[in-house]
Design a protein around this ligand. Structure first.
Ligand code: GAL
Length: 654
């Protein structure tokens, strides 16, 4: 089965609407809804008093309608009674402001009262619904990521630090506390990072984010374990969200969930949004190591800073099938029915304020039909011979102040590398240098690309060296391999972790002022960043041609063992990076998914299936590898085939 549905909040509606909801879900082919995500105050209106009657009724109604339930524990939004009874369970900001209820995610994950209340409501739900026939999945919490700097957090942080560092000498050394007289002589002196006079210690901030990831994971696993004990066969997940504020290392969390579930909201309008969709899908597949589930995306209006924009006709279908092509076991949305009020009252939904007589609902009905037809064929492996590195701690380390440029943007750098490969039509995976088994996993790839991999351990650097020595092709961008996992610089010339394999030594960074560029001797321009690079065995493929760097190496290539390692010192624009990666791919024998695609047409291969997406405005003629059929309609399709503008065709070989 492919899951199709979304967040469903019947508690926001009178019961008359429920029957209509289920009828409309059936009409659209909805197979599963996420229920109860923010329903805590409706399930436990006062401490210890539970009101499950309404949930019983809706669970039964959904079951009668043949619709499965991803039943949420509502712990992302404690009710007002909780915060009044347990004010220490409210989060405190870095500025020392204790927040109050009135929004969501207003809790301190380290507060024993919050944890106890969360376990209690989760246990009640487990006890009551573990055997309900509609239950298909436990959806723990919503988008873990809440941050708190209170005294309870301070205590939990200290115990985490004790476990990690053992003693204060080791911590002082790891954090370089000799700088600015920060030496700690008692654990009690260590606080969570709070508002301070000037720049904080970056190692302190980095460890706090790692701590928070583990602390939140502890909150997840205690709920998971009690749900599992109540219903051992029902899979358990929590929905991952990305964002600079999220202190969750999803690559590490992935092994703790039964299904990797991801919320993904591409924000860009037009063709840019397609590359973003592909990025989100490929990253989720990487976290999962295979199949995953798109738990939330916007059916229509998308939040972008300043103005929401609506999806063009066909885009809901194209986006959804794109996630499916990239390994999602379906497409779920936030949300089923657009609310009448509340903070997100204009957020799009499958059933909008206009009701089912609307373009979005009509498109949803068609999509439901397509997913149903596709379900028996989907689920094959997406194979890629190229992988891009992703590392949450490197992102965190590159968010601080005191960096050489204010516009250093970790996710943008990784997305750009992915986008260049996407535009080259090359299937791409992600690898996670901080994850166990990183080295062994590299054998699947011909090419590994590392943008802004600022932190790296000796073991992961050794694994990459071995990858190249064994015949792999490595592409390292600036700001990679600079520091150890504590954020201490690897001395002797950048990038300390990779100098030998790259055959270069960087002796000076020369970040470019916004809006300025530096000429390269192949006619391209360097953007954002330049450096003084000295070769130590590598050949110069492209040189700098401007500024004081004229004549110095910019892009280099080094033979190392049986493989090749490239160093890309300047920032490049999308076209230049795509051309470079196309050259690397050609040398490494990596070919596009389908050669000869017209502009705007994208191909994704999943097992035997080939998904063709036409994101452009004109019909696209696509050569196909042989006779076959349209996996959705069953009609025979033998190439070349025309994919209509804005359309999708899923081809299945005969
Ligand atoms: C998600 C969240 C939903 C809703 C949505 C809006 O991150 O889980 O509850 O807020 O964003 O886009």
């Amino acid at each position: 089965m492919l899951f199709f549905g979304g967040d469903y909040n019947p508690e926001q509606w009178p019961q008359e609407v429920w029957a209509e909801d289920v009828a409309l879900m059936r009409q659209a082919g909805v197979t599963m809804v996420s229920l109860g995500v923010f329903a805590w105050s409706h399930l436990e209106p006062e401490e210890g008093r539970f009101t499950f009657d309404w949930l019983d009724r809706i669970m039964d109604l959904l079951h009668d309608g043949g619709i499965k339930v991803a039943l949420a524990t509502p712990t992302a939004s404690p009710p007002p009674w909780f915060t009044l009874a347990h004010p220490e369970g409210l989060p405190v900001t870095a500025d020392g402001v204790r927040l109050t209820h009135g929004s969501r995610d207003t809790y301190c994950v380290s507060a024993p009262a919050y944890r106890a209340a969360a376990r209690r409501i989760a246990a009640e739900l487990a006890g009551r619904y573990a055997r309900h026939p509609a239950l298909a999945l436990w959806h723990v919490h919503n988008e873990y990521g809440t941050d708190c700097r209170c005294d309870l957090t301070a205590e939990a942080f200290r115990s985490w630090l004790r476990k990690k560092h053992g003693d204060l000498d080791a911590l002082n050394e790891s954090w370089t506390t000799a700088f600015w007289s920060q030496r700690y002589s008692d654990w009690a002196q260590i606080m969570p990072p709070r508002a301070t006079q000037y720049l904080p210690n970056p190692a302190h901030v980095l460890d706090f984010r790692r701590f928070l990831s583990d602390e939140l994971l502890g909150a997840f696993t205690e709920q998971r374990d009690l749900l599992r004990a109540a219903s051992p066969v029902v899979p358990i997940t929590t929905n991952f969200v990305q964002g600079g504020w999220v202190s969750v290392d999803h690559a590490r969390w992935a092994s703790e969930v039964d299904v990797v579930a991801v919320d993904h909201y591409p924000a860009a309008a037009g063709i840019e949004g397609e590359a973003e969709t592909a990025f989100g899908g490929d990253l989720a597949r990487g976290w999962a190591g295979g199949e995953w589930l798109l738990m939330e995306t916007a059916p229509n209006l998308i939040y972008t800073p300043g103005r929401m924009h609506a999806k063009e006709p066909g885009r809901l279908t194209r986006h959804s099938l794109n996630y499916v092509a990239r390994g999602s076991r379906g497409a779920m949305y936030f949300q089923w029915r657009q609310p009448r009020g509340g903070a997100e009252l204009f957020h799009s939904a499958l059933v909008p304020h206009a009701g089912p007589d609307s373009p979005v609902f009509r498109e949803a009905v068609g999509l439901g039909r397509a997913l149903k037809a596709l379900a028996p064929h989907a689920g094959g492996t997406v194979e890629a011979r190229v992988a891009v590195g992703w590392d949450a701690p490197s992102w965190w380390a590159l968010q601080g102040g005191g960096l050489p440029a204010a516009d250093i943007d970790y996710p943008a750098a990784v997305q750009q590398a992915h986008r260049a490969l996407y535009r080259a039509g090359v299937a791409t995976d992600f690898v996670f240098p901080g994850r166990e088994g990183f080295g062994a996993g590299l054998t699947a790839y011909r090419i590994v690309v590392l943008p802004h991999l600022f932190l790296i351990s000796d073991e992961s650097a050794a694994a990459l060296r071995e990858f190249v020595a064994g015949g792999g092709h490595l592409v390292v961008g600036h700001l990679s391999g600079i520091a150890d996992p504590a954020g201490r610089i690897r001395l002797g010339g950048y990038p300390g972790a990779f100098r030998d394999v790259l055959g270069v030594r960087v002796v000076e960074w020369r970040p470019l002022a916004p809006g300025t560029t530096i000429a390269l001797d192949n006619g391209d321009q360097g953007v954002r960043w330049s450096e003084r690079v000295e070769t130590a065995g590598a050949e110069t493929v492209v040189g700098y041609a401007g500024d004081v760097l004229a004549g110095a190496p910019a892009i280099t290539r080094n033979r190392f063992g049986k493989g090749v390692a490239w160093y890309v010192s300047p920032g490049l624009d999308d076209d230049a990076l795509r051309r470079l990666l196309e050259r690397v791919a050609a040398e490494a024998g990596v070919t596009p998914v389908l050669p000869g695609l017209p502009p705007g047409v994208e191909a994704v291969r999943q097992g035997d299936l080939v998904f063709l997406f036409n994101h452009g405005g004109t019909p696209g003629m696509v050569p196909l590898p042989g006779p076959g059929s349209n996996a959705v309609t069953g009609r025979a399709v033998t190439g070349p085939v025309t994919v209509q503008p804005g359309g999708v065709l899923v081809w299945r070989p005969a």
